[in-house]
Ligand binder design. Structure first.
Ligand code: SF4
Length: 78
């Protein structure tokens, strides 16, 4: 997933378990698992009212790769 910048002071999407900076909301590809293992669909995209969370053609991963990333992040304690 890729995220566009929200307006200053906007809250991050409710229900999203991604990683956001304090100043700008953006999705870090190395940490985004497209919610595999937690939800049936990317939660940031599902709840974003202005469609800011979109698939990133530069970071296409299959479910096995996303699951491996999720497991790795789980081991790190996120
Ligand atoms: S798809 Fe899921 S893991 Fe990726 S940024 Fe959105 S809420 Fe976070």
């Amino acid at each position: 997933m890729a995220g566009k910048t929200y307006g200053d002071g906007d809250a991050s999407p409710a229900g999203a378990n991604g990683f956001f900076s304090n100043d700008f909301f953006y999705i870090v590809p190395d940490k985004c698992t497209e919610c595999v293992g937690f939800h049936d669909e990317p939660q940031c995209a599902a709840v974003c009212p202005v469609d800011c969370c979109v698939p990133d053609p530069n970071h296409v991963e299959d479910k096995d790769a996303l699951t491996t990333k999720k497991d790795y992040l789980d081991q790190l304690g996120r």
